[in-house]
Design a protein around this ligand. Structure first.
Ligand SMILES: C[S@@+](CC[C@H](N)C(=O)[O-])C[C@H]1O[C@@H](n2cnc3c(N)ncnc32)[C@H](O)[C@@H]1O
Length: 346
């Protein structure tokens, strides 16, 4: 049950927060692109964006990478693979590639956009060809939903005891699987720059408060007979925010023979919604904008997982908006980007 983001460009329209996160990595992407030495035999440079969605966040970063490659290797052909799930909103991504600021308009050798519409837990491109892999705010999505039979718990940090441990184990297995696939795909000398949602030292997940409010809404809708108790009992969003140690762990295991962790940091991502609220005090705008952002990534999974029809979806997000408006003063969604640079061990 892997679901992409909300379609028809909605994810991009509500990605102000992700844009802030993506830009934090511009220097790391530029440095990794500077280190690319095109393979003579293949005669081209290959970039991959894993979990690209509609492309707004990564577009400037892919462009930066190509500009840096062009500085040293002006005419080398570049292939850019855009990877996401089959049901992704590919039309919006291709619209963006036609715009004037697209990497397709850079001077120099030919640049070819390609799509790999499959899960990044599977092979995404042929073995041994990737010079630079990118991935932003995607790898916190697991390969399957969390454990079943957890009552009204909807988010990993609401799980207790054995079910929490099971979800942590699943997250570790998925992260290891992602890395194994990428180790197969990286070219000699190849690197990845990626980030995912992380949990800082304080141990408080970004989604802690928002998902607690969603849980309350679901319990209310359940009491009113608007939700199926079994569906709620069996659904936990397939998202896991990793600690820095959980990010490092596979590199101390067998994958460490194939991939080297060059750099890891946990960076707070300034939240544009609460920053604006602090400036203008407009609780209604905070709630509306935050829920637009939150809905763009959560709706497809909630709709399918909880078996919601259109009316129930509207009701859920409407109630969430009201609750956030009331809680505006103390509301926080403090994302931390767990950022890594990873290279192939040759
Ligand atoms: C929060 S969005 C991030 C999108 C974009 N990289 C950004 O920075 O805004 C997460 C993306 O990961 C994709 N995704 C989740 N699981 C995936 C998987 N197993 N394989 C490929 N893409 C996946 C989703 O479909 C979604 O487009």
């Amino acid at each position: 049950m892997l679901r992409p983001m909300e379609g028809d460009g909605a994810y991009d329209r509500h990605s102000a927060y992700q844009m802030v996160g993506g830009h934090l990595h511009a220097d790391l992407v530029a440095a990794a692109a500077d280190a690319i030495v095109p393979d003579n035999g293949r005669g081209s440079v290959v970039l991959v964006d894993y979990g690209c969605a509609q492309g707004r966040v990564s577009a400037p970063l892919v462009r930066t990478a190509i500009e840096r490659v062009r500085q040293e290797h002006g005419d080398v052909p570049v292939q850019v693979y855009h990877n996401d799930l089959l049901a992704n909103d590919w039309a919006t991504l291709f619209e963006r590639l036609r715009r004037e600021d697209s990497y397709l308009h850079l001077a120099g050798g030919p640049v070819t956009p390609l799509v790999s519409a499959t899960s990044f837990y599977e092979p995404v491109v042929p073995r041994g060809i990737v010079d630079l892999g990118l991935s932003f705010a995607a790898i916190q999505w697991l390969s399957s939903p969390g454990p079943r039979g957890c009552g009204s718990a909807l988010y990993f940090d609401q799980l207790k005891g054995e079910s929490r441990t099971r979800m942590a184990d699943q997250a570790h297995a998925d992260w290891t699987r992602f890395l194994r696939r990428r180790a197969d795909e990286l070219a000699p000398g190849g690197r990845m720059v990626l980030d995912m949602m992380g949990v800082p030292e304080s141990g408080v997940a970004a989604g802690h408060q928002a998902w607690q409010l969603v849980r309350e809404v679901c319990e209310e809708m359940l009491a009113e007979g608007q939700l199926d108790a079994n569906r709620l009992d069996d659904y936990v969003l397939p998202v896991y925010e990793r600690t820095a140690d959980e990010g490092r762990r596979p590199f101390g295991e067998s994958i460490g023979d194939r991939l080297h962790l060059d750099h890891l940091e946990m960076k707070p991502v300034p939240d544009p919604f609460t920053q604006r609220y602090q400036a203008d005090g407009d609780a209604s705008a905070l709630a509306t904008e935050f829920v637009g952002f939150f809905r763009a990534f959560s709706e497809p999974s909630l709709r399918e997982g909880l078996g919601l029809d259109d009316a129930a979806v509207e009701s859920l997000y409407h109630r969430l908006t009201s609750r956030i408006e009331v809680a505006a003063k103390g509301f926080a969604f403090d994302v931390h980007a767990l950022t890594m640079v990873i290279s192939r061990v040759d």
